[in-house]
Ligand binder design. Structure first.
Ligand SMILES: Nc1ncnc2c1ncn2[C@@H]1O[C@H](COP(=O)(O)OP(=O)(O)OP(=O)(O)O)[C@@H](O)[C@H]1O
Length: 303
C-alpha cells in the first residue's frame, strides 16, 4: 500500500497553518514525521484521520481517494483518550466491538496485547489507578486491538522506561515486518533513527525535507570528513590544517577528532594527499555521518 498526502492546505480562522503539505508512506517502511512544536504535524495527522477537513489537497491510498472510515486504522493520538474510571479489560473490549470485532474476538485481542505489552495483571483495574507508563501501554494495546493496516503513533514512547521502550520497539519492528503502514511522529530522534526508513520534516506548515533517511544522511555528510592523527593531538592537528591546507573549513573540534568540510570543490583524495605531504600519521579518516538531530537542527533550528 502507498498512502499519498498531496498538497494539503489548512487554515484556522483565516490563518493558513499548512501551506501545501505533500509526502508519501509505503507499507513495510516506517515514516518518521518530524517538526518543531507548532510546525503542523498534529493538524496533518488529524486531516489524515478525517478529524479535520483540509481546505485544499487530497489523500490517496494506492491511487484512490482515501476515506479513513473505510479502513482499519490504529491511531495513538497525542492526547490520550481512554476512560480513567473504567476497568481496562471492559473498555478495551468495548472499543474493539465499536470497531466491528465480535465480543469474543475483542476479548481475545485485548488479552493478547495486554500480555504482549506486559500489563495483563492490571486488566481488572480502573485505568486511573495505573502509573503513567502503564496507562500508555494500555493506550497502545487499544491502538493495535483491531490489527490495523495503517498505524499512526504520536509520541508512543512518552512515559516509558528503557525496558518498556524496548518492548515497544520490538512491537513496532514486528508491525513493520508485517508490512503495516506506520507513521511515527516524535521529537525523540534516536527512536526515529532506529526504525524509520523514511522521514518527512515539516517546518511552519511546509515540508522542508522528505525521503529516504540513509540517502539524506549521505547527502548531508558528503563533503564532511572526520579526521584524527596518531602523531599529533587535536590542537596541533588543527593548527597545521589551518596554516597549511587550503580549501577546507574546520567545523568542529571534538575530544579526539575534527570534523572538516571540503570547500571550493576540494576532493577527499586531494585532502589525503595534503595530509601525507605534511607527514601527518592518519588515525581516522572517514566520511562524517550526521545524526538526525544534526540534520533537524541545521534544517529547522533558529539560524
Ligand atoms: N484547532 C485549532 N485552531 C486554531 N489553530 C490551531 C488549531 N490546531 C492547531 N492550530 C495551530 O496550527 C499550527 C500547527 O499546530 P500543530 O498542533 O499541528 O503542531 P505540531 O507540529 O503537532 O506541534 P507539537 O509538536 O507542539 O505537537 C499551530 O500554529 C497551532 O497553533
Amino acid at each position: 500500500m502507498i498512502l499519498e498526502i498531496k498538497n494539503i492546505r489548512k487554515s484556522f480562522s483565516g490563518t493558513e497553518v499548512l501551506h501545501g503539505v505533500s509526502f508519501s508512506i509505503t507499507s513495510g517502511k516506517a515514516l518518521g514525521f518530524l517538526g518543531r512544536n507548532g510546525a503542523g504535524k498534529t493538524t496533518t495527522i488529524r486531516i489524515l484521520m478525517g478529524l479535520f477537513d483540509a481546505n485544499e489537497g487530497e489523500i490517496l491510498l494506492d491511487g484512490k481517494p482515501f476515506n479513513p472510515r473505510e479502513h482499519s486504522i490504529g491511531y495513538l493520538p497525542e492526547e490520550r483518550g481512554l476512560y480513567p474510571k473504567q476497568k481496562i479489560l471492559d473498555q478495551l473490549i468495548y472499543f474493539g466491538e465499536l470497531r466491528g470485532l465480535s465480543r469474543k474476538k475483542a476479548k481475545e485481542n485485548t488479552l493478547y496485547w495486554l500480555e504482549k505489552l506486559g500489563v495483563l495483571e492490571y486488566k481488572d483495574k480502573k485505568l486511573e489507578t495505573l502509573s503513567k507508563g502503564n496507562q500508555q501501554k494500555v493506550q497502545i494495546a487499544e491502538t493495535l486491538l483491531c490489527d490495523p493496516d495503517i498505524i499512526v503513533l504520536d509520541e508512543p514512547f512518552s512515559g516509558l522506561d528503557p525496558v518498556n521502550s524496548q518492548i515497544l520497539k520490538d512491537v513496532i519492528n514486528e508491525l513493520i515486518d508485517k508490512q503495516k503502514l506506520v507513521i511515527f511522529s516524535s521529537h525523540q530522534m534516536t527512536y526515529v533513527e532506529e526504525f524509520c526508513e523514511e522521514i518527512s520534516l515539516i517546518n511552519k506548515g511546509d515540508i522542508v525535507l522528505t525521503g529516504n533517511l540513509k540517502s539524506i544522511k549521505k547527502e548531508y555528510g558528503a563533503n564532511r570528513i572526520i579526521l584524527s592523527a596518531i602523531n599529533l593531538n587535536i590542537n596541533e592537528l588543527q593548527n597545521i590544517l589551518f596554516n597549511k591546507v587550503k580549501d577546507i573549513k574546520i567545523l568542529e573540534s571534538k575530544n579526539d577528532y575534527l570534523i572538516i568540510e571540503l570547500i571550493n570543490g576540494k576532493t577527499k583524495n586531494e585532502l589525503l594527499n595534503d595530509l601525507i605531504g605534511l607527514d601527518i600519521d592518519i588515525e581516522k579518516f572517514s566520511v562524517y555521518e550526521p545524526t538526525l538531530t544534526d540534520i533537524f537542527v541545521q534544517k529547522v533550528g533558529d539560524k
